[in-house]
Design a protein around this ligand. Structure first.
Ligand SMILES: Cc1cc2nc3c(=O)[nH]c(=O)nc-3n(C[C@H](O)[C@H](O)[C@H](O)COP(=O)(O)OP(=O)(O)OC[C@H]3O[C@@H](n4cnc5c(N)ncnc54)[C@H](O)[C@@H]3O)c2cc1C
Length: 381
């Protein structure tokens, strides 16, 4: 695996992180899957080692390093299991809203504990009636003196159970036209009166990932918890969704590479008709096809990460990477399971878990169909 944007220091960091995960994550991962949650203690261990929010400025407790370190962390977490996706969501999806749009007071108040893992964050956009059509959210926040009164329901929220801070997309001007101009982002804290959690959701895959419903009933949110300016929430989301989609593409690529590796070793060891199944031409062709897709995906992705780190405009290419790499990973999961034969369908083989974890990557962070609408728009349709 070669990466354009990584230096020796990133690879040293990767080695240390992998060693940490071999001790603190790999041995417990199946238990977390069964318990359907990653314990808070693991978050705090990650924080103590500097593995949360590494790009946050040193004055708020971070390491102030480049985003290449975040890429390494997300790749290594994905190699353990896709259920750890909530950690990347915290460090590289939610925190960037605070660092980009937060006031000095908000950053000082919230960031240090996000870096240590004492505070876990979430972002709540999706509602039971609005996912892809984000401008149509119904959650409202109406200013009443020194606080907003927040009402509405969110669903499918990653880190929903653990979250101590939730960035909530809501309408501060429900009558605005066009609709998206009424959207704002409010930061809701754990103990807010009127804020409660609904069900912890029972998913097909990502069993250890905490996903929940959130409910706001006349929740009183201080005016000071508005992120950025009123009415600019949709614009902020469109800006920050690029890194979110890129992260999903990075995880899909890492998952594809891991599935390929485990299948390579399986086909060499499994015997049929007196030879390893790797001797069959079909096996070799399937592996050759997958190796090609992985190599091409890696080249496109690495170039894109480098462009993103150079702060270039990447909306179109991110949309391409998100749909294509998640689709490729899904195809690879199917092929790798097939090459495992009956064992691939057994829970004790990692490929079975990968097979049920990967399809959600085509759905969240904007569905693959929405990615294609963006690409089509850029084609002039
Ligand atoms: C495990 C998991 C974790 C998640 N985590 C979070 C989170 O942390 N925060 C959060 O806010 N949300 C989260 N989500 C929600 C996720 O982002 C939404 O499910 C997703 O955006 C799709 O919205 P929807 O489910 O309402 O589907 P819908 O929008 O109802 O879409 C249904 C189908 O219609 C298609 N469709 C919709 N509009 C169009 C169109 N214009 N053109 C073509 N096809 C279209 C879609 O592609 C899809 O195939 C999570 C979801 C899951 C499953």
């Amino acid at each position: 695996m070669k990466h354009l944007y990584l230096q020796e220091e990133h690879e040293i960091f990767r080695k240390a992180l992998r060693k940490f995960l071999e001790k603190e994550a790999y041995p417990f991962y199946e238990q977390w899957e069964e318990e359907r949650i990653i314990p808070r203690a693991f978050w705090e261990k990650m924080g103590a080692q500097g593995y949360l929010c590494p790009d946050v400025d040193e004055k708020y407790g971070g390491s102030g390093v480049d985003w290449g370190f975040s890429v390494v962390i997300n790749e290594e977490l994905e190699r353990v299991g896709s259920g750890l996706v909530g950690i990347g969501l915290h460090s590289d999806i939610v925190i960037p809203y605070i660092t980009a749009f937060g006031t000095e007071e908000q950053k000082t108040r919230w960031l240090p504990k996000c870096v240590t893992g004492e505070t876990i964050t979430a972002i709540a956009m999706t509602e039971p009636g609005a996912g892809s059509d984000l401008a149509n959210i119904q959650t409202t926040a109406i200013l009443d003196g020194d606080h907003y009164v927040l009402n509405g329901q969110k669903t499918f929220i990653t880190n929903g159970i653990h979250a101590d801070l939730v960035i909530v997309a809501c309408k501060t001007d429900p009558k605005a036209t066009p609709k998206h101009k009424g959207v704002s982002l409010l930061v809701v804290e754990r103990d807010t009166v009127g804020f409660s959690r609904g069900r912890k959701l029972n998913k097909v895959g990502l069993h250890s990932q905490d996903t929940a419903e959130l409910i706001f009933e006349d929740a009183k949110v201080p005016k000071e918890n508005l992120l950025g300016e009123e009415g600019k929430g949709f614009q902020y989301l469109m800006e920050k969704l690029q890194q979110e989609r890129l992260l999903v593409a990075i995880a899909a690529q890492a998952a594809a590479e891991k599935m390929f590796e485990m299948t390579m070793s399986y086909v060499k060891s499994r015997q049929a008709f007196g030879v390893p199944i790797s001797k069959f031409q079909n096996t070799q062709f399937k592996m050759a096809e997958m190796a090609t897709e992985i190599e091409m995906g890696r080249a496109f992705l690495d170039q894109l990460i480098a462009e993103h780190m150079n702060k270039q405009e990447v909306v179109n290419k991110v949309s391409m990477a998100k749909w294509k790499l998640t689709e490729t990973a899904r195809k690879i999961a199917t092929e790798c399971m097939q090459l495992h034969g009956g064992y691939g369908y057994m829970e004790e083989y990692e490929i079975a878990r990968r097979y049920r974890d990967i399809p959600v990557a085509s759905i969240y962070a904007g569905t693959n169909e929405i990615m294609k609408t963006i690409i089509a728009k850029n084609l002039g349709f």
